[in-house]
Design a protein around this ligand. Structure first.
Ligand code: PEP
Ligand code: MG
Length: 754
């Protein structure tokens, strides 16, 4: 059964459109269960009806014409109860509704199960038999499993169908839903980004050092061979020998002379490896395509796949070939990465849409820093069919509209204009200090990581940089940047802000931040080797960074140093020892550099409980709410499926934050918040009430937060905090704070909060 199920899911996933997907389902399920009828009813949201969409066994002309009101018939009963209904004599059930159109009177044994996706009933899957005993438990569990497995594929096909059917129907576009990634509204043309080399776009290049190029190519081949051997080993226990033969065939191709040998010959004639491989691939694909034998023609796919794998390995060493970017580019992809974003000239980039990820993914943070609307986790997005389409990105609500009809476009243009007006109004606060009506100063800083942000950061009215993520310069390179290279980058940032403070964080890779040249394979990357753990395990990398930072700060005196992902006091002790060593080395070489102020990020639960011990060792604490929330609530910050559970106003998060602030203050150490929560107007009220000393956020959010600080006295914020602490639900806290924002005349900010 498992095999049957796997095959059905596979076929449905590959279906061209919704109609084809549903036909496959009814045919295959009918066959697998040996029933007389299998049908799918889908819920029509607009009319709140369940519509017969596909059937194998009932009359085909009933499709689309049998429509049951919500709750009507046995189908309505299944949908309403959200659980299976199994009956031996369906016509005698009080809910039974008879439609002569279906020819249904012949079938009395009924089993219906709901198709549920993200808690929403999409429809009902029904099987029927003429007569006999009711369906047994095995049949029920099989059908429930089929429906659960297919729900995602149906939602996906519905979404794609909606997009393609739009022109035909001329109807109002249903938006695709994701998570708000970065605020803003944008309209532009989709540009699909994918990993791996684009064969067509590969330029011709000649190389001088043929032997080195050949060695580079062979290294890539060896790496791919290792990958495939690994797959083969993993597959040993799960795949029968004949299916594993594919991998054997791959290995044979890698060992054979044609693919590798022909490419090497081309390299020896002076071509660079990618060009040589591309030409070999094209030649092979053509030769296979022309073959009579079906089996051999099938191998074309294998050749292509293998080629792509080698190409990927080669491209990891080389910057990707430049692409053409439309003037209103909306980057669309399965997983948009920071380097993809970094590739597009800023003035051409309007928005970002990613199938994976959520509002705390680094690419979303980057988008916020760059003021670009982003929607993350649009799991039903048919990426393959998006290129060149018009897309509206609504970064507030987390929705996107594909090829929207004119009225929707007009509405969004209007919204974009309003948004601009609000920004202009907020911009007027730029020169105003961030002080509450009862005269409490809460300095606002920006989070940054790109040199490109320096100007917008300075123009935002920020009092400095509260978090400079040093990993971005590491991520967009093809090797670790050297000490001088790093020093130059840091110096530019420090100089641009001097004498205002800049908090430089030491390298925080791992988790979802991969360096292409330093791959880390782990089952649980967020619980693995990341942040300070890597730095302490690699003092040769850490010391280079510390020296570069110290040198960069020489004579400026505005650098603070921040340690990420700290989990124990021992890590702080070790990091401080290495810092003193780097400092001594520089002093010994004749430099005059002061030791910077050092801070610890509080972003894992253990640090909350040892906050006083940590505070005693350093000069300041900075709360990284992005990670703290993920670890406290056990919700992956990048997993769209659980993104609704990721809530910074969860009562547990509020209590942890209060404990951190109180702990820091008990040791006379200032506490700042630099996670995205600091940029949420509702959360900012609570943080003000807790007595947080400063806030750091993305540039886009800064003016709003200044407005909040200037509107709420600390006394009022304290009262709201006390009230919030009595509430048991995150949504109740949100409601309380939104009402306070509206009372203060800041209703416009409510929308910006999550
Ligand atoms: C955080 O975790 O809140 C934080 C600021 O760090 P990052 O988002 O870079 O992990
Ligand atoms: Mg973090």
């Amino acid at each position: 059964m498992l095999e049957t199920l796997r095959r059905i899911v596979q076929e449905v996933t590959n279906a061209r459109d919704l109609d084809q997907a549903l036909s496959i389902i009814v045919e295959r399920v009918k066959q697998a269960m040996g029933v007389d009828v299998c049908s799918v009813y889908l819920h029509d949201h607009e009319r709140d009806e369940n519509v017969l969409m596909a059937t194998d066994g009932l009359r085909a002309d009933a499709i689309g014409r049998v429509r049951l009101k919500a709750g009507e018939g046995l189908v309505g009963l299944v949908a309403e109860r959200e659980e299976p209904v199994s009956l031996a004599d369906a016509p005698s059930h009080p809910h039974y509704a008879y439609f002569p159109l279906t020819g249904e009177e012949h079938f009395s044994v009924f089993l219906g199960v709901p198709i549920v996706h993200h808690r929403e009933v999409l429809g009902v899957l029904v099987v029927q038999r003429r007569n006999g005993i009711p369906f047994g438990e095995d049949s029920v569990t099989f059908l429930v499993t089929v429906a659960a497995q297919l729900a995602g594929a149906i939602a996906h096909a519905e979404a794609s169908g909606g997009i393609d059917g739009l022109h035909r129907r001329g109807g109002i576009a249903e938006p695709l839903r994701g998570q708000p990634g970065a605020p803003g509204v944008a309209l532009g043309s989709a540009l699909v980004c994918y990993r791996g080399a684009d064969l067509e776009a590969l330029p011709e290049r000649q190389v001088d050092d043929v032997a080195a190029e050949e060695a580079r190519f062979l290294r890539a081949v060896t790496a791919v061979r290792k990958e495939i051997e690994g797959m083969l080993a993993r597959m040993q226990t799960v795949l029968p020998a004949e299916d594993r033969a594919l991998f054997d065939a791959y290995l044979m191709m890698l060992d054979g002379d044609s693919l590798v040998g022909d490419t090497v010959a081309r390299i020896r004639r002076g071509s660079w490896a990618q060009g040589a491989l591309r030409d070999t691939l094209v030649e092979h694909v053509r030769a296979f395509d022309a073959m009579e034998d079906d089996y051999l023609r099938e191998r074309v796919e294998d050749v292509r796949d293998l080629g792509r794998r080698i190409m990927d390995k080669l491209s990891n060493e080389e910057p990707a070939a430049p692409r053409e970017f439309p003037p209103d580019t909306v980057l669309v992809g399965e997983e948009i990465t920071a380097s993809m974003l970094a590739e597009v000239p800023r003035e051409r980039l309007r928005g970002v849409v990613s199938v994976r990820g959520s509002s705390t993914s680094h690419v979303a943070i980057l988008a916020r820093a760059m003021n670009i609307a982003a929607v993350m986790g649009v799991s039903d997005l048919p990426v393959g069919r998006m290129e060149g389409r018009q897309v509206i990105v609504d970064g507030y609500s987390g929705r996107i509209y594909v090829d929207p009809p004119a009225p929707v476009r007009a509405e969004f243009r209007h919204l974009a204009l309003e948004e601009q007006e609000l920004s202009d109004e907020l911009a007027a606060l730029r020169e105003q200090p961030s002080i509450t009506p009862d005269h409490v100063g809460v300095p606002l800083y920006v989070n940054s990581g790109l040199l490109a942000d320096i100007t917008p950061s300075r123009q935002s009215g920020a009092e400095g940089i509260g978090l400079y993520r040093t990993e971005f310069p590491f991520m967009i390179r093809d090797r670790f940047p050297g000490e001088d290279e790093q020093c130059q980058i840091y110096r530019q940032v420090l100089t641009a802000f001097a004498p205002a403070p800049v908090v430089m964080r030491t390298l925080d890779v791992g988790g979802d931040k991969a360096l292409p040249y330093f791959p880390i394979e782990e089952d649980n990357p967020f619980l693995g080797w990341r942040g300070i753990r890597i730095s302490l395990d690699h003092p040769e990398i850490f010391l280079v960074q510390l020296r570069a930072m110290l040198r960069a700060s020489s004579g400026l005196g505005n650098m603070d140093l921040l340690l990420p992902m700290v989990n124990s006091v021992a890590e702080v002790d070790d990091a401080l020892r290495l810092l003193r060593r780097a400092h001594h080395e520089l002093i010994d070489s004749g430099a005059t550099i002061d030791l910077p102020r050092v801070g610890v990020m509080v972003e894992v639960p253990s640090a909350v409980y040892q906050v006083r011990e940590l505070a005693r060792r350093v000069d300041f604490l900075s709360v990284g709410t992005n990670d703290l929330i993920q670890y406290l609530l056990a919700v992956d910050r990048n997993n769209a499926r659980v993104a609704d559970l990721y809530d910074g106003l969860h009562p547990a998060v509020i209590r942890a934050l209060l404990q951190i602030v109180d702990g820091g203050h008990a040791e006379q150490v200032p506490v700042s918040v630099c996670g995205e929560l600091a940029g949420d107007p509702a959360a900012a009220i609570l943080l003000l009430g807790m007595g947080v000393d400063s806030l750091s956020m993305s540039t886009a959010n800064l003016p709003r937060i200044k407005w909040v600080i200037r509107s709420f006295s600390q006394q009022r914020a304290r009262a709201l905090l006390q009230e919030a602490l009595t509430l048991e639900y995150a949504h109740a806290v949100r409601k309380l704070l939104n009402a306070a924002l509206e009372d203060a005349g800041l209703g416009g900010l409510v929308r910006a909060g999550r």
